[in-house]
Design a protein around this ligand. Structure first.
Ligand code: ASN
Ligand code: ZN
Length: 332
């Protein structure tokens, strides 16, 4: 409710709601509170504000400022990729979903590149995006994949909205939303329709030494790679194959295959650009309906409700959402 006011109210109402949100978050947890406070200097004008830092291959954040909004290109392509990727992600959220940055208040998009030595990951640390160079043997630099950049940035959006816990099904939903908007950013940049996209996450991230197409496949979870060193892609694409594990926070990067495929199935049924209808439904669910502990079944039901609100009860859109989730074993 406070979030709604902070979004829709007049200037004074927004300010009050925002202060309340910040205060309650302060009580609930330092990390989120800090992020919210840091974004108070946000602009409501709806312009991009990007900064890129270089950690110089150590593990300290944020590192040295190397590029900020409007400044010329760097000689370092990694810096330019982080900058451009944040820009396209901002654009999708702004133009398609009318969202002004991660916090919807124009928050600055901070990225650090060259984090650590041969670091094989990228992450959102609660305040900024962080990218490793990869080890060069198995992984290339993480900024090479625009959907990985958008994935990390979407973790920020989820933190401010649904606040999904990073554990078990809620955590896998959190992961899946990052893949969904990651993939949408890639498709948006390419101007692709749902049927023409390859639905891979992290294409080009693996070096030639790896037998794999990417990190994950939203269309066919479990088929992204099969490699002597990395093993086989462990993602299920149906509830009957749900993986019960204590690793990976209860398999957040594993079971995300199930909601990922539900999105793919919904998007291809609806046709056209995936961000237009399927993306709209997923976004409104993320913004207004999902809660920290929402599981897959909850999410499917809430998305049905959103589709009904946006397109009408019994609409083709609502039926596509229902069928999309049914395809992965979740009957609504
Ligand atoms: N790249 C991973 C992700 O964003 C890092 C992590 O495990 N949080 O999901
Ligand atoms: Zn993630």
């Amino acid at each position: 409710m406070l979030k709604e006011i902070a979004r829709q109210g007049n200037a004074k109402q927004q300010q009050c709601a925002w202060e309340s949100l910040t205060m309650s978050e302060q009580i609930r947890g330092q990390r989120l509170a800090l992020t919210m406070i840091s974004s108070i200097g946000s602009t409501a004008t709806g312009t991009r504000r990007r900064t890129v830092y270089d950690a110089g291959n150590v593990y300290n954040l944020p590192g040295r400022l190397v590029r900020s909004e409007g400044s010329p290109k760097s000689r370092d392509r990694t810096v330019n990729e982080a900058y451009a990727g944040a820009g396209i992600t901002y654009d999708l959220f702004k133009k398609v979903f009318a969202r002004n940055s991660i916090d919807d208040r124009g928050m600055r998009l901070d990225s650090t590149v060259h984090y650590g030595k041969d670091y094989d990951n990228a992450f959102w640390n609660g305040q900024q995006m962080v990218y490793g160079d990869g080890d060069g043997e198995l992984f290339n630099r993480f900024t090479i994949a625009i959907d990985v950049i958008a994935h990390e940035l979407t973790h920020g959006v989820t933190q401010y909205e649904a606040g999904l816990e990073y554990q078990d099904q809620a955590g896998a939903m959190n992961e899946s939303l990052s893949d969904v908007f990651g993939s949408l950013v890639k498709q948006y940049r390419r101007g692709q329709e749902a049927k023409d996209a390859n639905w891979l996450i992290g294409e080009r991230l693996f070096t030639k030494n790896v037998n794999g197409k990417g990190l994950r496949s939203m269309k066919e979870p479990g088929t992204a790679y099969d490699d002597p060193v990395l093993g086989r892609d462990p993602q299920p694409g149906h509830m009957k194959d749900y993986v019960k594990t204590r690793e990976d926070n209860g398999g957040v990067h594993i079971n995300s295959g199930i909601p990922n495929r539900a999105f793919y199935e919904t998007a291809v049924r609806l046709g056209g650009h995936a961000w237009d209808k399927a993306g709209q439904i997923w976004y409104v669910a993320l913004r207004d309906k999902l809660r920290p502990r929402s599981n897959f079944e909850d999410t499917a039901g809430l998305m049905m409700a959103v589709a009904g609100e946006l397109y009408g009860a019994g609409s083709l859109e609502q039926k596509a959402v229902k069928d999309g989730w049914a395809e992965v074993g979740l009957k609504i």
